[in-house]
Design a protein around this ligand. Sequence first.
Ligand code: CTP
Ligand code: MG
Length: 227
Amino acid sequence: SDYWVVVPAAGAGKRMGANTPKQYLPIDGKPLIAHTLENILSWPGLKGVVVAISADDEVFATLECAQDDKIQTVIGGAERADSVLAALEYLSQHQSPTTSVLVHDAARPLVSTDDIHKLLSAAPMALLAQPASDTVKLAGAESCVRQTLPREQIWLAQTPQKAPLGTLLQALQRGLDENPKAITDEASALELAGHAPELVAACRSNFKITHPSDLVLAEALLRHRSG
Ligand code: CTP
Ligand code: MG
């Protein structure tokens, strides 16, 4: 069935430590966000994409993929959740509240089409996530181990995260109003609203490009895939 995609791309990429926001850094000669958007444009059943860019962005409009009819932009906000909210508010002016929306980070170029199929056939509220592979410690004072958590219950949230437009918009508005620090992804807002999104195990390649070494890894994986 049909769905829209929201792409938060208004971040500064502080942890990357580059002069340019990380979404515009080249991977194999093409900006990171171009890889992500070209990937999204190949997903089955896609109606359109709303990209949230920063107010002072001068790069996005110059990209080749930005010219695609399916892609529109809105101005994002101070935190990721604000950027997602801006895109959802825009979408809700044109689309019904029952429209399915997938929120996908600009910084995850390597999500596989297989995983997209799995997410699309999961529950109406669902997210890609990675079962923890390392042993997980809860830290107490001064970074000392307080407890080892049961690893089989630990999942690391990724994107896309899927929900009906109306439900997600309401949950984000309410979450940002009541406890903005707790809203670090869509599922956290849905949880606060009493929902329990389904966890869908994703391939390891769906990591978020965050630190400089992630660029090297992404480039290697992209070359491996196309080769
Ligand atoms: N994002 C956004 N608006 C913000 C902050 C982040 O749209 N105010 C987007 C980023 O562009 C990215 C995604 O949300 O595609 C995931 O965020 P993250 O990986 O944290 O990116 P940055 O915030 O840019 O990086 P950092 O936290 O290192 O500054
Ligand atoms: Mg960030």
